[in-house]
Design a protein around this ligand. Structure first.
Ligand code: TMP
Ligand code: ASP
Length: 236
């Protein structure tokens, strides 16, 4: 496999084409961004930690029967993935109230949600990722009813697998965001699963060990990601 040209530069990852039209290289950078790209900083080791973290989690999800785009780890900061036709919506499941839910509904942070909630957001920084529903997604042709049903089902299956995985490591999976794409007609989990796109709290102290440390200027961002990786047994 030969890495070729830069295809797309996102806020935290760069995507490269390869000599195989069905495969891409994802390069995880140290750039850390929040508030739709308004706050950006370079954090040492973050690209490496997230690449290995993502590989670990995606492997666990594959083992649980969830189709993912991940093929293999290529280097400290790069992974080979299947080239998906991405669906421009974000799927968010929440087990505990935090973040935009708290701001939007004025509820207390930390309240356990029973059942866990599901939300779709449109992936659009300029519009600040507005919440959308299944009617918007179908009416604008972003996904079909069948694809929507599969994304929801897979996002909840990820919750079953990861809630337990984190719980066993002394962590609460508060909420997370997934993105899906289409590969050979099938819905496949794409993008990444790292502490950049989820909330993780220590089970006992409820200390934040995710990107909220960056959003809220708490410091020790990469150190927290490394602590989570260590508890899960991810080799860095
Ligand atoms: P929120 O509380 O800001 O709506 O985010 C819910 C979860 O989804 C949180 O873990 C962060 C993640 N998320 C992203 O990573 N990127 C996004 O663009 C959005 C909307 C959420
Ligand atoms: N909305 C996500 C966050 O606040 C991503 C971003 O803003 O860049 O982290």
């Amino acid at each position: 496999m030969q890495k070729r040209d830069e295809l797309y530069r996102g806020k935290a990852k760069t995507v490269y084409t390869t000599d195989d039209p069905q495969r891409l290289v994802l390069a995880f950078r140290n750039d850390t961004s929040a508030f739709d790209g308004e706050k950006v900083e370079q954090l040492d080791r973050k690209g490496m930690v997230n690449n290995k973290f993502n590989h670990f989690i995606m492997t666990k999800l594959e083992q649980a029967g969830i189709p993912t785009q991940l093929d293999e780890l290529l280097s400290d900061t790069e992974s080979l993935v299947k080239k998906l036709d991405m669906i421009p919506v974000e799927c968010v499941v929440r087990n505990i109230a935090a973040g935009s839910l708290v701001r939007r509904l004025g509820v207390e942070e930390g309240k356990t949600l029973n059942p866990p909630t599901f939300e779709f957001f449109l992936k659009n920084d300029a519009l600040h990722d507005p919440m959308v529903n299944e009617y918007h997604i179908q009416a604008f042709g972003w996904a079909t009813a069948e694809q929507i049903a599969t994304m929801k089902q897979l996002t909840f299956k990820v919750n079953d697998v990861l809630k337990k995985l984190f719980e066993d490591a002394g962590l609460l999976l508060v909420d997370y965001k997934l993105e899906f794409g289409v590969f050979n007609g099938d819905i496949v989990l794409g993008d990444e699963f790292t502490p950049d796109g989820c909330r993780l709290w220590d089970k006992e102290t409820r200390e934040k060990l995710d990107k909220d440390r960056f959003r809220q200027g708490l410091g020790g961002v990469v150190e927290a990601y490394e602590e989570v990786a260590k508890r899960l047994g991810v080799s860095l």
